[in-house]
Write a protein of this length. Structure first.
Length: 251
């Protein structure tokens, strides 16, 4: 058995060790140690990949599906000026990709490039959207085809649909003379205000083909109130419009 003197020496040594650890070791550890973050380039802190998944808002490759481009269309505004749009399907219910860069190219009937424009599109959670380029000037050329392509892979982040309380209550389409118009009524069914929205209207014929599209902005919608988004076109489609789709996203 250890003598009382040996036990005392042991207690003194233990006290010295505890003192050193407390005074030097712990501060040194705190100085050197860096808590895991979602931006440190490492897979740590419960992440499912490098800086993605787990507590991070950025989604890992296995946690989202790639968007689909259903179609790309052009529409004449006035002679020499066209709008172009691409319909993007988002299969992710809680994933958003912000400011995804893309390129739109207009070609004539012989496949010759007329004009090329770049842009950025945000793909909102649980919603489809349009990449929309307005007033593309082609001078005397006549575009016959538009090519849409993403120029960089979208980064997806966790985000809920902030517009779930917004409801389209009415769509009133009219054709008059050489023009057509559409009034879309929105209701905010929540007790909170809704901020500015981008609103897209798409006109379809009996075969499901897009024969017209446009974009407008709706200002804030007060709680339990209704606003109207107006659209106009410088053409009469002679009754070929049989259905209308309205897409909207937060600005």
């Amino acid at each position: 058995m250890a003598t009382w003197a040996e036990r005392r020496k042991f207690m003194y040594a233990l006290a010295v060790i505890i003192f050193i650890v407390g005074v030097i070791g712990i501060p040194a550890f705190l100085l050197i140690y860096k808590a895991p973050t979602c931006f440190d380039g490492k897979q740590n802190g419960g992440e499912r990949g490098v800086d993605c998944g787990g507590k991070c808002t950025r989604l890992c490759q296995s946690e989202f599906l790639s968007p689909n481009v259903a179609w790309a269309r052009i529409e004449k505004v006035v002679p020499g000026v066209y709008n172009a749009a691409a319909y993007i399907i988002n299969p992710n219910t809680e994933g958003e990709a912000e400011n995804v860069p893309y390129k739109m190219s207009l070609f004539d009937k012989d496949g010759m490039l007329i004009i090329e424009q770049v842009g950025k599109v945000t793909i909102p959670p649980h919603r489809n959207t349009l990449a929309f380029n307005s007033l593309m000037k082609v001078d005397s050329s006549i575009p016959a085809k538009v090519l849409f392509e993403f120029t960089n892979r979208p980064d997806w982040y966790k985000k809920i649909d902030t517009l779930s309380s917004v409801v389209v209550t009415n769509k009133e389409y009219k054709e008059d003379g050489d023009k057509s118009s559409l009034l879309v009524s929105f209701m905010n069914d929540s007790l909170n205000s809704i901020g500015r929205m981008s609103v897209f209207a798409i006109l379809y014929d009996k075969d499901g083909n897009s024969v017209g599209f446009s974009r407008t902005i709706v200002d804030a919608i007060a709680p339990k109130s209704t606003v109207v988004a107006p659209f106009t076109w410088n053409t009469n489609r002679q009754g070929e419009v049989v259905s209308i789709e309205v897409l909207y996203m937060a600005e």
